[in-house]
Design a protein around this ligand. Sequence first.
Ligand code: TYD
Length: 203
Amino acid sequence: MRGKLITLEGIDGSGKSTICRLLQDEKRFSGCVFTREPTTSWLGDAVNRALRSDTDHIAELMLFLADHADHISRLIRPSLESGSNVLSDRYSASRCAYQGATLAGLFDEPLDWVRSLHKGWTIDPDLILLFDIDPLVAVKRCGDRGERSKFEKMEFLNKVRSNYLRLAAEEPSRFVVVNADRPLNEVKDEVFKIIAHELEGRE
Ligand code: TYD
């Protein structure tokens, strides 16, 4: 039986990566394959280099897509086909939400354009957990990481958040929106429950 693909999404500071680490430590999910985008391959390194420099936004998107294609053929598809469940910290929805925001001045409908570039070759997740939080709270949580002013960062994350919420509204059967503005334990309990339910009888 084919495995299930579950992805975790949300703006920077939503607590998603912390929950991912807790999921990896949980016995119930020890049979899952844990992964992330950008990946830890050389293509993921190239993406991180682009993010740290002043790279053209379309070039950046193409690097993210190359990393995604390699991720699918090298890990996602073989794992699912061998029956393993896969949990990914960020996946295609990150591209639609983030590059949908960075490319906002260049296209009328950047989110739709980015989404269309995935068609025909990507593997859609069975379930997407969206960690939803007000950027004001998220930016405070991150502290000053220094790359942009707080105001610029919040304006950007507001766009990313509304892109995520639009994706969730368009595909309510695939998305679960989790209120991430709560104590970590509450968020963790809810997320563990949702994932255990999705994987029920499969682990
Ligand atoms: P990540 O390393 O997951 O950051 P964090 O652990 O803080 O969530 O991702 C790095 C940045 O890359 C993050 O700001 C989100 C962004 N990103 C995109 O813009 N597009 C994408 O397709 C992905 C996967 C990430």
